[in-house]
Design a protein around this ligand. Structure first.
Ligand code: NAD
Length: 257
């Protein structure tokens, strides 16, 4: 039980990496607050946790909306008294070369992927500062480190999240709050399946292409990222601060041939 009794908030945990992390955190003894825009998916995660004997609650909130995020934070504090771990996971994809992107689409990706990290952090941090304890995990991506075709808006957001993580860490280290970033490679989730469908006519060929970007023979699974999040959430990573943790099958540092 690596998170016994810890109150954890995972944004966007109705699906994919967030859902897998919610299930793992609960298995490790955490009280998991599942947040998502989708009530159906969020409640689905809670149901799976409860069926496995874990403890969870769902709060529907849009991470880009200050009133919703502030109300969600108040609700968690009222019910559980504290927030030990915040995983800023919710995010959306953005596809296209810069000159093809419509301004509204650009703003939407910025809004969810950057403002959606800013707002939950803004409202949760004062509670962590008061207790002088906490771990925040920000979802970046290995795209923050490498150029990938037709991903301009998405790459800009994930680079911003990585920079934000380092700044946050400096400001909140005096409060014993750790802030780290996860940089996954390609992880097979509904998010990637949608991107593949939208971007390629031959999905199987596209998957083979994605594998060429990395050293691992298979694409990542949500559980692979969940295990890294567990490490950052737990006291095992006490000396890990402001760090990017790559979970990418060798995409950033490896080179095939
Ligand atoms: P996913 O689409 O399966 O899950 C994302 C969840 O976030 C969805 O349930 C969605 O409803 C929720 N969400 C979206 N906007 C929201 C909002 N405004 N408020 C609250 N919830 C919202 O995606 P995933 O692949 O699990 O991705 C999770 C995170 O990991 C994202 O930040 C993504 O950018 C990042 N990431 C994914 C990959 C990958 O290959 N899958 C790689 C690197 C980084």
């Amino acid at each position: 039980m690596r998170l016994q009794g810890k109150v954890t908030l995972i944004t966007g945990s109705g699906s994919g990496i967030g859902k897998s992390t919610a299930l793992l955190f609960a298995k490790e003894g955490a009280i998991v607050v599942v947040n998502d825009l989708s009530e159906e998916h969020g409640r689905g995660t809670v149901k799976e946790i409860e069926e496995a004997g874990g403890q969870a609650a769902f709060i529907q909130a849009d991470v880009t909306n200050p009133e919703s995020v502030s109300a969600m934070t108040d609700q968690i504090i009222a019910k559980f008294g504290r927030i030990d771990v915040l995983f800023n996971n919710a995010g959306i994809s953005g596809v296209g070369q810069l000159h093809e992107i419509e301004p509204d689409d650009w703003d939407r990706v910025m809004n969810v992927n950057i403002r959606g990290v800013f707002l939950p952090s803004k409202y949760v941090l004062p509670h962590m500062m008061e207790r002088k304890s906490g771990s925040i995990i920000n979802m970046s991506s290995c795209i923050a480190e490498i150029g990938l075709a037709r991903r301009a808006s998405y790459a800009a957001t994930k680079g911003a999240v990585l920079a934000l993580t380092k700044s946050m860490q400096v400001d909140y280290a005096p409060y014993h709050i750790r802030v780290n970033a996860l940089l996954p490679g390609t992880i097979m989730t509904p998010f990637v399946e949608k991107y593949l469908k939208e971007s390629y006519s031959d999905e199987a060929a596209a998957i083979e292409g994605l594998k060429k970007r990395q050293l691992s023979e298979s694409l990542g699974r949500p559980e692979d990222v969940a295990k890294a999040a567990l490490f950052l959430a737990s006291d095992e990573s006490t000396f890990v601060m402001g760090a990017p943790l790559y979970v990418d099958g060798g995409a950033v540092f490896g080179k095939n041939a």
